[in-house]
Write a protein that binds this ligand. Structure first.
Ligand SMILES: [Zn+2]
Length: 337
C-alpha cells in the first residue's frame, strides 16, 4: 500500500502573495481562519495575508511546543475556524503544520524565507524541551513569493541550499538501506530528491540572483517526501548528525547549515564526491567547518558518535563510529582542525 500526499496547489514567483484571495477561493478555503506569524514576518507578509484572508492574526513569541498548545486552545474556542495559514520561516511553518494536524484542519504554507525543505513537505520538527520530528500533513496550498524570499537574510538562503544539497547523502543512505536491509526504496522519489540536490550543486553561483532555483528545489524535496511517504529521500545520516547537534550544543547552528556540514562527512564515508559538496556549500555561502558554524570541535565528534543511535534509520553509519573514527573523519574532511 502506498500513501502519497501532495499539496493541491503551489504558486511561486514575484508577487505570488497577491494571488492568495483567488487561491483560497479555488481551494474552497471559505470561512474564518487564523494566520500564524511572528513579529518580524508579520511586517514582511503576515499582515497582508491576514487582510487578504480577512482572518485573525496570531503572533508566535514563545517556544514552539507551548505556542502550538495556545493556538489549539484558540481554535477550540471558535468552531467557525476552517483553516490555518503559516506566514514565516521554518519555525512558523512547522508550528502551523502541527496545529493543522492536531486540529484536523487544512493549512496554507506561505514561507518568507527558504531556509529548509519544510515549506511543502508533510514533515514537521518542533523545538521544545525535547526536539521532535512529527509526520504531519502536506499544506493544501503553498505560496512562495520570490520577491519576499529573495529579501530574506542571506544566511537563511544559504542554509536552504545546504538542506537541498543534503538530499545527496540522504539518497545514498536510502539506496544502501535498500541494498543491505531490503528496506522499501522508491525510484521516483529518490531521483526527484537527488535532482534537487544536483541542481543546487551545479547552479550554486546563480542562486544569489535567482532564488526561484532554490525555491523550486525545496518544493520538489517536499514533494519527494510526500511521494516516499517518509522523510527518507531528504533525511539520512547527515540529518541524524544535525539532530544530535540540536540536542547537545548550547547554541546550535541552523538546521540546513548543520546538515550541509554533515553531508560533506557522510559523502566521504560513502566514498562519493565530498569535495564537490564542500565546494558547492562554499559557493552558496554556507559553512563547511565547525568554526564557521560557531560550534566547538568536541560537539562535532560527539554528534558523529551519537548520530547512529538517535533514531531508527539505517545509514552509512551502520553500527556507529568510535570517537577515534569520528575525529579522523572530521579532520580528513577539514570540518575540524
Ligand atoms: Zn532538512
Amino acid at each position: 500500500m502506498k500513501d502519497i500526499e501532495l499539496p493541491r496547489k503551489v504558486v511561486t514567483g514575484d508577487g505570488a502573495i497577491d494571488l492568495i484571495p483567488d487561491l483560497a477561493d479555488e481551494l474552497r478555503l471559505w470561512g474564518e481562519s487564523i494566520v500564524i506569524s511572528d513579529p518580524t514576518t508579520k511586517e514582511i507578509a503576515g499582515e497582508k495575508v491576514r487582510e487578504y484572508l480577512k482572518s485573525t492574526l496570531y503572533l508566535v513569541e514563545g517556544p514552539a511546543d507551548e505556542e502550538v498548545e495556545k493556538i489549539l486552545a484558540e481554535i477550540k474556542k471558535n468552531s467557525s475556524i476552517k483553516y490555518v495559514a503559516g506566514v514565516g520561516g521554518g519555525k512558523i511553518i512547522d508550528i502551523t503544520k502541527v496545529v493543522a494536524l492536531k486540529a484536523k484542519l487544512p493549512f496554507l504554507s506561505i514561507p518568507t524565507a527558504a531556509s529548509h525543505d519544510g515549506m511543502a513537505s508533510p514533515q514537521a520538527s518542533i523545538k521544545g524541551k525535547v526536539p521532535t520530528s512529527i509526520k504531519a500533513h502536506c499544506p493544501i496550498g503553498v505560496v512562495a513569493d520570490t520577491a519576499i524570499i529573495s529579501k530574506a537574510p542571506p544566511r537563511l538562503t544559504a542554509a536552504g541550499c545546504a538542506d537541498a544539497i543534503s538530499n545527496y547523502t540522504a539518497v545514498l543512505d536510502w539506496k544502501l538501506a535498500s541494498k543491505e536491509k531490503g528496506e522499501y526504496y522508491g525510484d521516483y522519489a529518490s531521483v526527484l530528491a537527488m535532482l534537487s540536490a544536483e541542481i543546487i550543486i551545479h547552479k550554486a553561483e546563480e542562486i544569489k540572483n535567482n532564488v526561484s532555483i532554490l525555491v523550486e528545489s525545496l518544493i520538489s524535496s517536499g514533494v519527494a517526501i510526500g511521494i516516499a511517504g517518509s522523510s527518507r529521500p531528504c533525511s539520512g545520516s547527515e540529518h541524524s548528525f544535525s539532530h544530535v547537534l540540536d540536542i547537545i550544543c548550547p547554541t546550535p547552528a541552523l538546521h540546513g547549515e548543520q546538515c550541509g556540514v554533515g553531508t560533506i562527512m557522510m559523502a566521504y564515508l560513502h566514498k562519493a564526491e565530498w569535495e564537490l559538496i564542500r565546494d558547492a556549500l562554499k559557493k552558496v555561502g554556507a559553512p563547511t567547518t565547525a568554526k564557521e558554524m560557531g560550534i566547538e570541535d568536541k560537539y562535532i565528534v560527539e554528534a558523529l558518535v551519537k548520530a547512529n543511535s538517535i533514531r531508527d534509520r539505517y545509514t552509512i553509519l551502520r553500527g556507529g563510529l568510535t570517537a577515534e573514527e569520528a575525529k579522523k573523519l572530521a579532520k580528513d574532511t577539514g570540518v575540524i582542525e
